[in-house]
Design a protein around this ligand. Structure first.
Ligand SMILES: *Cc1c(COP(=O)(O)O)cnc(C)c1O
Length: 395
């Protein structure tokens, strides 16, 4: 096969996206520049309101990054030394790192084999196997909506309610992803007590630098979070509690306000690319590769999976990765090592074999490029290259 227009397949193409919205971005950024209001102010408030409306929460608090959203969420729940926080064993480092940074102990739980998200079954087991003192020390549960698909929140919320533990959702990769709860369709990040988003440039809604957002429907938590975002000072230099500098920049808020109206279109474009990958894998009879499932699709959700990443499970993963990278295809491993096997968490006492599902997935998982501007020719080049690797022909 000839792929004459494809020299390489990047992980995403921000240049292409920029060319479409450049004028709007320049105008918004210039406005901030000329206003000389470089900290908080109307642009931040406007963007916070837009996010609250988009995801459907009462409050949205703009912060400096997705990591800081998690940190601020934990600080808002007053998590500290002597406390435990339960989370998924398989996520980006920030999910567990923020817990440990506050002096609390992360407690890891194995993942579901289909969604790669925190397993509600293992969550319940973990809680039930704790002593009552241990259970009392659990101050939060952090499910992660990995790759753009929600964790099984109905069961996770049930377990959390049974033991009266607050939930912080790590929705860094899943802004706009939907999930059907018994009380209706909800957006990722709005089902627990606090939800965290990241606007890191590679996320579906990416800024022109770092930023993030914390959302909640709880007035008291919102007030505490706003206070702790600015060193715990409601009035300048009067510090009621200890916080930090976790503010979002007006320039990020302005840029993201320009991008937000495109987000659903971008989600749909990513979904279309995912569908096309599915078609191509069938065409090339690559049955040994497991494709990502949009698990909640049958429940009539428009955005059951927003494909921040398109993750496959493949035999001979490391060799395949090398092969694709040699062919200039930006395939990556998110994430090669589950938390319980990370060196920095050695002291927690976990061993190989503790979380078989997370370990298996970490050994098999591989990303294929997915972004709204990806072309069908690029996609065929990717799948054709995989078929070359496994020595398969198209039908
Ligand atoms: C990106 C990400 C974060 C951190 O967000 P930053 O904005 O990069 O700090 C946290 N959790 C998950 C799952 C992420 O993907």
């Amino acid at each position: 096969m000839q792929f004459s227009n494809v020299q390489s397949v990047p992980p995403l193409d921000l240049k292409k996206q920029l060319s479409e919205i450049r004028e709007g971005l320049l105008e918004a950024v210039t406005e901030v520049l000329d206003s000389t209001q470089y900290i908080l102010g109307p642009k931040v408030l406007e963007f916070e309101q837009a996010i609250a409306t988009y995801v459907g929460t009462k409050h949205a608090i703009g912060v400096s990054s997705g990591t800081d959203a998690l940190l601020l969420a934990l600080m808002t729940l007053e998590v500290g030394p002597g406390h435990r926080v339960i989370t998924s064993d398989f996520s980006f480092f920030a999910t567990a790192g923020t817990i440990a940074r506050l002096g609390a102990q992360p407690v890891f739980v194995d993942i579901d084999s289909e969604t790669f998200n925190l397993s509600p079954v293992h969550l319940k087991n973990t809680l039930e196997q704790m002593t009552s003192d241990e259970r009392k020390s659990v101050k939060a549960i952090i499910p992660v909506h990995l790759y753009g698909q929600c964790a099984d929140m109905t069961l996770i919320l049930e377990a959390a309610q049974q033991f009266n533990i607050p939930i912080i959702e790590d929705a860094a990769q899943a802004i706009g992803a939907e999930y059907r709860t018994p009380s209706g369709i909800k957006c990722a990040g709005t089902m627990g007590n606090l939800g965290c988003y990241s606007f890191f440039p590679t996320k579906n809604l990416g800024g022109i630098g770092d930023s993030g957002m914390l959302v909640t429907n709880d007035d008291d938590l919102a007030q505490q979070a706003r206070l702790k975002r600015v060193h715990g000072a409601g009035t300048e230099y009067i510090h009621e509690v200890i916080g930090g500098n976790f503010r979002i920049d007006p320039i990020q808020s302005a840029a993201l306000s320009v991008k937000l109206p495109y987000l659903n279109t971008w989600h749909r474009a990513r979904q279309a690319k995912a569908e096309h990958y599915k078609y191509l894998f069938k065409k090339y009879q690559l049955t040994q590769v497991v494709l990502p499932e949009s698990v909640y699709q049958e429940k009539n959700l428009t955005h059951s999976h927003i494909y921040n990443q398109y993750m496959i499970c493949a035999p001979q993963r490391d060799e395949l990765l090398k092969y694709l990278n040699q062919k200039q295809i930006a395939s990556r491993i998110y994430y090669p090592i589950p938390f319980h096997l990370q060196k920095c968490f050695q002291s927690l006492g976990y061993k190989i074999g503790h979380f078989p599902q997370a370990e298996k997935v970490a050994n098999e998982i591989l990303s294929l490029p997915i972004f709204p501007e990806l072309t069908e020719e690029m996609q065929e080049y990717v799948v054709f290259s995989i078929s070359e690797f496994y020595g398969r022909q198209a039908i």
